[in-house]
Design a protein. Sequence first.
Length: 636
Amino acid sequence: MDKKFRHKRRSLSRYGKTMNRYGIDIWGKNKFDIKDDKVIVDYKSKPAIIDIVNEARKNGLSGPLILRFPHLIDKQISLIYSTFKKVKNEFNYKGKFNAVFPLKVNQYSGFVQNLVKIGKKYGYGLEVGSKAELILAMAYNNKNAPITVNGFKDNEMVILSFIAAKMGYNITVTIEGINELESIVENMKNFDGTIPDIGLRIRLHSSGIGIWAKSGGINSKFGLTSLELITAIDMLKKYNLIKYFTMIHFHIGSQIENIAPLKKALREAGNIFAELKKMGAENLKSIDIGGGLAVEYSQNDNSFLRNYSLKEYASDIVYLLQDIAKRKNVEEPDIFIESGRFVAASHAVLITPVLELFSKEYSEKALKFKKNNPPLVSELFDLYKDINKQNALEFLHDSMDHMESLLTLFDLGYIDIEDRSNTEILVNLIIKKALILLKDKNTNELLSIQDRVQERYLLNFSLFQSLPDTWGLHQNFPVMPLDKLNQKDTRSASLWDITCDSDGEISFNIKNPLFLHDVNLELEDYFLGFFLVGAYQETMGIKHNLFAHPNEINIEINDLGYKITNTIKTKSIISILKEIEYNEEEIRENLCKKIDESEKMDEKKKERINKMINIFLNDDSYLKTDITQSRFFKNE
């Protein structure tokens, strides 16, 4: 791999000593950093994220929280346009460059309205794949920015495209099947000669790699075969629509980690472009290469997820298309890209409060010794008292052996549940103490031991709602604590969400280990940040256990500080129930009726319970860390 993509873990931040940087120099470079033991936004006044979170909580936003940073949208769009401009100048490339954002990546208003506002100065447009998305584009897209319409279309979607053209939009309808072209022919007589531009999606033999490889290739879901392309060209000529044919489009998959498949696809698409030009498509001028520009999610400098830079990506596209155009003696095509993940991912950070550490019950106070304890339990206690830096590894091995023996004795009925409890507590305490003593060592054996005693951090969020790709695709998002970064992180971490599903967990992984701090949650808050979650996670999230989209805030940063400019609160329980087609009035009536019919409550209690139910219905589903019972029963 090129030296410029190698990042060694640094023990020293440019802002002071830091114990663990959690790979921030890889995934967060020039976006996030660490200062004074806190994660900061690396922009202008460089605010600490924990300070933003604490302000939001003072304003009543508890539970999980999404932070949006519009300047990171601007940064990514600017980086794309400036890189392609530089490369085009280097190659003296004659074709134009433009980009569109695929709305499927993130349709939430908190993102889209920022995107459209920021994208205006670049002429940055939108790509849509459904009637609902097309309506959004028609309502919000800048008039000087393009709209591309992909995906399967019915007659209504084609009519909407004609209306958009009538509104003055630069819109291109990409044909996925001959029937869609027939629909354009059928509707063109109704719009007084105003016809949207037409694109043809080509089905390449070239395919991608990895999870989304099936987006390309001859058996892919979308695109016209060579025979269908010829049929489409003939049809365009027959109905005098060939002059509106301006674009071909292909897509080989999201998150392209290796540049080689894209280069192969570009050669194929470039030759198809040239052949179609020779068949009479004189106004064909653009190639839309789809999305796929990868984001580096890795927190480990031994496991990079992409093998190329944006500069290499742009250079390969420009060089290959220019080379084919020269050889085929056609004009150099305009280049369109749809790199939604690259634009959206970094702008959003998911903040999750830690509710509980499950090993906190393993304390000396929990030990319940008898007058006569099993000899191995007594030996475990001696190991715990006498362990030191010199004997730590040996005592670790001894404690593991003792635990196996004692568990066998329990299974055979020779020791009781109190002896077993003392065994579990003592072994956990020994391991915890040993790992602190051996904190400067980093051996595979210690990692293996960490795996056996991983701390379980209960987080106040739903994995299925907020990080669906972690559950569905086993994708790792960068995660780290927001502060305490000058303290040693000694606990191997397994992260649990609050859903009643065993899949709602991010397990400790020896190959990509996550270590967090041993904190007392009765005395202090502890927050984790999941980064690069702005692409797909919000739109793909599901209402498992009826948890809604988290609270979200928009943060604008200036030279003096920051400002929260927009707050969108999570939906109430009754709103979520209405979304899945329950009748609010019926729910309330049923609850009131059943409470009224109860023989276990007097009228005063029934009235109070009804008030409580009303409060809960208008609250959200996420867990509260305060003791809410007192507000209901303080006068009892």
